[in-house]
Design a protein around this ligand. Structure first.
Ligand SMILES: NC(=O)c1ccc[n+]([C@@H]2O[C@H](COP(=O)([O-])OP(=O)(O)OC[C@H]3O[C@@H](n4cnc5c(N)ncnc54)[C@H](O)[C@@H]3O)[C@@H](O)[C@H]2O)c1
Length: 452
């Protein structure tokens, strides 16, 4: 099938590569000329495991191409996907200017029947707005052309995006007619050879499904972060509690790890947008407001622990003269995405407290420079940043941090303090190795001594 995808970002580029991989002829369109120029030369603008190989292979075989020419892309495709950003507007609602901009471009370009598929995460009712924007352009042109708008929210996870796209748990299709449902089925059929995982529903329910999924996952994270906070104060171990509740099949183990708060390009903005959508229909989504408040508070927890361990909480800049080494900058492992990463809040707080900050990340240093510039030091060597630092804090759970050389860490640090935002290590082993180890919610597993 001939398709084009607007937006060559984390979602659009992965979708383009995977649709090409299954034999379709795919044109990826982006307004960012440098990005398209780079892609034409095989330079992949984001880090996503397996993506580079897949893009290069399909490009070489002529199934995947890149352009800034929206008109030509639309005219040669039956299906146009919209996979552009939907950042939060000033009031938290999803900003639809990029999505509706693409709808207008399609309206200006199309010359025959088209299917427009919204893959961006958009509030309920957006398909109607896409339809209106596109129809307006057709009316201006004075032409009468048929088209259908479909909602097809994307559930891929950065860091495992190719796998998620090639072997999806489900594909949600929101449509109001059988013809488009059949075409979408044809497009997605190669990704569900073992079992049909396509769920067809009305358009509004499909749009809501994406927000409901992210809101549920964010709720689990905030819930577990509060359980961890209570464990610290009550002398319990959150890791044991997770085992205890995760074994209940109604609850399950996933998304029950405490951490420095959720981040990334989706949960924070989607939680905000759903709260805003609720407000717009005079419905107070109290639960989700609490989820967001808990998350904002959680981003402060690692810095609080470092200040308690190293500084005098009463001083204005309690970490003056201290050096903190940070492992991990991206909002989660296996991605270079720094959008809304908890590391941003944590490091800003450490800098405000007067600390010198050194950071390591396997992939995100380039993106992190855009945020912190020269205000912190960076290294591609995870041990180098420890030399004479006063403490190490683990912010992102990259696999290279899971089983590090503890002798080397201890020898390098001025004081053997580790504040672990991902609970990667065993408290009793850390204690016997002579570390002052401060995880999240694990006082039942160690002598914690820093509970407030
Ligand atoms: N990143 C994720 O993990 C993820 C997962 C599921 C859903 N989503 C949703 O998918 C959407 C895209 O997210 P992303 O992370 O891929 O964004 P992104 O910022 O990585 O990419 C968006 C791209 O769209 C391009 N663009 C903007 N206007 C354009 C236009 N008129 N024509 C062509 N290209 C245009 C931008 O230049 C950019 O390259 C968002 O709504 C997001 O919420 C993201």
């Amino acid at each position: 099938m001939k398709i084009c995808i607007f937006g060559a970002g984390y979602v659009g580029l992965v979708a383009a590569a995977c649709f090409a991989e299954s034999g379709n002829s795919v044109i990826a369109v982006d307004v960012d000329e440098a990005r398209i120029e780079g892609l034409k030369q095989g330079i992949i603008p984001i880090y996503e495991p397996g993506l580079k190989e897949m893009v290069l292979r399909n490009q070489a075989e002529g199934r995947l191409s890149f352009t800034t020419d929206a008109t030509a892309a639309v005219q040669s495709s039956l299906v146009s996907f919209i996979a552009v950003g939907t950042p939060p507007g000033e009031d938290g609602s999803a900003d639809l200017k990029y999505v509706l901009g693409v709808a207008r471009e399609i309206g200006r370009a199309m010359t025959g029947y088209k299917i427009i598929v919204d893959k961006s995460t958009v509030p309920v009712g957006t398909a109607d707005k896409v339809r209106d924007a596109l129809q307006e352009e057709l009316t201006i042109r004075g032409v009468n052309l048929e088209f259908d708008v479909v909602s097809n929210p994307e559930f891929l996870k950065e860091g495992a995006a190719i796998d998620d796209f090639m072997k999806p748990d489900r594909v949600v299709i929101g449509t109001d007619n059988v013809r488009t449902a059949e075409i979408m089925k044809e497009l997605y059929d190669p990704f569900m050879r073992k079992q049909n995982r396509m769920i067809v529903m009305d358009i509004r329910s499909a749009e809501m499904t994406k927000y409901a999924a992210n809101a549920m996952l964010a709720t689990r994270i905030s819930f577990m972060n509060q359980i961890a906070g209570l464990c610290e104060r009550m002398g319990a171990d959150v890791a044991a509690v997770r085992e205890g509740i995760g074994s209940d099949s109604r609850i399950g183990y996933d998304f029950l790890f405490p951490g420095p708060g959720y981040g990334g390009s989706c949960f924070p903005k989607d939680v905000k947008a759903l709260i805003r959508t609720a407000e717009e229909c005079s419905y107070d989504f109290m639960l989700l407001r609490a989820v967001e408040d808990v998350n904002e508070r959680q981003k402060e927890v690692l810095a609080d622990k470092l200040i308690r361990a190293l500084g005098s909480p009463d001083e204005e800049r309690p970490l003056t003269g201290r050096t903190i080494a940070c492992w991990g900058l991206s909002f989660k492992p296996r991605t270079d995405d720094m959008r809304e990463a908890p590391a941003i809040t944590i490091i800003e707080r450490l800098l405000d407290a007067g600390a010198t900050v050194r950071a390591h990340d396997p992939e995100a240093i380039k993106e992190a420079r855009k945020v912190f510039g020269d205000r912190i030091e960076y290294s591609h060597n995870q041990y180098e940043i420890l030399e004479n630092a006063d403490a190490l804090t683990v912010i992102t759970d990259w696999s290279e941090y899971r089983n590090p050389d503890f002798d080397r860490i201890k020898a390098a640090l001025k004081t053997p303090i580790i504040v672990d935002g991902r609970n990667l290590y065993k408290p009793d082993r850390m204690a016997s190795a002579g570390f002052s180890y401060i995880p999240l919610g694990r006082c039942g597993a160690t002598v914690c001594g820093e509970v407030k």
